[in-house]
Design a protein around this ligand. Structure first.
Ligand code: GLC
Length: 548
């Protein structure tokens, strides 16, 4: 594997709306992030990934981009972005930005042009427009469903006022899919890459990287529409996901980013958000001439049992080794129930898309205990790890958000059947006793913060031994000192209830079983996710790093 900063980096995801608000309007912004960069240095991460901050009507919280080369006024200005990138670099933090190439916003100038142009025109060929089926074209061109619920096609009104063609949107109506068979679209995104590379970014997280190319015949797909393709290698692929044609796009992008730097300490990176299974299929996105990393969602989804964790870790390492790429690990992001809550649901619960007040509630204590154990297990693994803002505070999902506060299009498009992702996007608490817990200078917060969150605030945890924050800090410091990210894993135990491995000089043990487990004679504990019991045994749902 070619070594590089990214092969062992811990990358912290910032969701700009909810990180820090500098102007008191209740929506986080770029100056807010810049003012809080020292927190990330203190925490000990290597890089940040910023979710989209581009001009956008915010129909999908910024994943509906109206202009790829500017900053949404809610979040600041282009000079604010430059300042953020510069201040991060000055502190030794790298910056990865989000690129959303599968679709634009319907407010993008290209889509406005497509609507006023004729069927078959070059303006329409930037998107996926088709005539409808049936005598009057009143039926959608195929049976695809949107990931957010409802049909994946919307009919337009032609400039002459008559009902017209349909356009494809795998996500919200306000997110028309681009036509990646069109060279003009390809050229445009190469230019967008260059725009941000010229401003000094260290890479791109590529949104819906497995969706850009659709099967040419747009064949019907009777099975449920899920962003996670969840396929066995030999099963037919869904016609909208993981088509072979996507790889050519990433080979071209790799040449572009490499031209800005490919040396170990200078490399600009591409990270695939590709909900593709199994791991061998995902590994195709990170072949040597394609992207550098892909999110390991199979790991995120794995059950909290020793056999499931052993299997997913082993499989992940093998699959990425086979293509010479770093393995990545992730437990939380802005699209899933935070792991401090997810792991508080009964083992075997299918992945929930949000949790509402009417749903069975997670066991908060158990969830946090397991989350800390899971994080400590993850941070000891070789490869690169992704953290999501607030998890260093042990922050749970907001599981009782009032329905009227919900903003995720998933909630509205499924008429509430899916609660959606708002619960993991609530602005994070910094100071227990400040308005909006220090998120901003006022009480305003675009999603209500639960009354119980003062206990999670950073100022309640900093320098408090055993707090979640101090466990994260200690782990990140030790991970760096021991070079765990570039180490090698050797299993020592993979029983039904206990996992143990060595990563270079360090040993790691997680107890998933009901009975406390002894450590080897003379073991020196470096950090543990919760205190050991009175006899020095490792209790249930605890991970320990030690020297033996
Ligand atoms: C990705 C993003 C998600 C967004 C979707 C559509 O999955 O992570 O937040 O809604 O793409 O852009």
């Amino acid at each position: 594997m070619t070594p590089g900063w990214w092969t062992e980096a811990v990358i912290y995801q910032i969701y700009p709306r909810s990180f820090a608000d500098s102007d008191g309007d209740g929506i986080g912004d770029l100056p807010g992030i810049t003012a809080r960069l020292d927190h990330l240095v203190e925490l000990g991460v290597d890089a940040v990934w910023l979710s989209p901050f581009y001009p956008s009507p915010q129909a999908d919280a910024g994943y509906d981009v109206a202009d790829y080369r500017d900053v949404e006024p809610l979040f600041g200005t282009l000079p604010d972005a430059d300042r953020l990138i510069g201040e991060a670099k000055r502190r030794g933090l790298r910056v990865i930005v989000d690129l959303v190439p599968n679709h634009t916003s319907s407010a993008h100038v290209w889509f406005a042009e497509a609507l006023t142009a004729a069927p078959g025109s070059p303006q329409r060929q930037r998107y996926v427009f088709r005539d409808g089926l049936g005598a009057d074209g009143g039926e959608p061109p195929n049976d695809w469903q949107s990931v957010f619920g409802g049909p994946a096609w919307t009919r337009v009104t032609e400039p002459d006022g008559r009902p017209g063609q349909w356009y494809l949107h795998l996500f919200d109506t306000a997110q028309p899919d681009l036509n990646w068979d069109n060279p003009e679209v390809r050229a445009e995104f190469v230019d967008v890459l260059r725009f941000w590379l010229d401003r000094g970014v260290d890479g791109f997280r590529v949104d819906v990287a497995h969706g850009l190319i659709k099967q040419a015949d747009l064949a019907d797909w009777q099975e449920p529409q899920e962003i996670l393709s969840g396929r066995e290698v030999d099963k037919p692929r869904p016609p909208m996901w993981d088509q072979d044609g996507v790889h050519e796009i990433y080979r071209e992008w790799r040449r572009v980013v490499d031209s800005y730097g490919s040396a170990p300490q200078d490399g600009r990176v591409l990270v695939a958000e590709a909900w593709v299974e199994p791991a061998e299929r995902l590994a195709r996105y990170i072949r040597p001439d394609e992207m550098h990393q892909a999110f390991n969602f199979e790991y995120l989804l794995a059950a909290w049992t020793a056999p499931a964790q052993y299997a997913v870790i082993t499989r992940s390492l093998e699959a990425t080794d086979a293509v010479g790429a770093p393995t990545t690990w992730v437990l939380s992001n802005h699209d899933v129930v935070r792991h401090a809550s997810r792991l508080g649901l009964p083992i075997g619960t299918p992945r929930p898309n949000g949790i509402g007040a009417q749903d069975p509630q997670p066991d908060a204590g158990l969830g946090l205990r397991r989350a800390r154990a899971a994080t400590l297990l993850m941070l000891a693994l070789p490869g690169s790890a992704y953290l999501y803002q607030g998890e260093e505070l042990g922050l749970p999902e907001h599981t009782t958000l009032p329905d009227e506060a919900r903003q995720d299009p998933t909630y509205h498009r499924t008429r509430g059947a899916q609660r959606g992702r708002d619960g993991c996007r609530v602005p994070i608490p910094w100071e227990a006793d400040a308005p909006s817990y220090g998120f901003g200078p006022t009480d305003a917060s675009w999603l209500p913060q639960p009354p119980s969150w003062s206990e999670y605030a950073l100022d309640r945890q900093r320098d408090v031994p055993g707090s979640t924050y101090e466990v994260y800090r200690a782990a990140l410091r030790l991970r760096r000192e021991h070079g765990l990210g570039r180490g090698a894993l050797r299993w020592l135990e993979s029983a039904d209830e206990v996992l143990a491995f060595a990563n270079d000089g360090l040993r790691v043990l997680t107890n998933f079983g009901p009975a406390p487990v002894p450590l080897p004679e003379g073991a020196e504990v470096l950090v543990s996710s919760a205190p050991l019991d009175g006899t020095g045994h490792v209790p249930t749902d605890v991970t320990v790093w030690f020297r033996a």
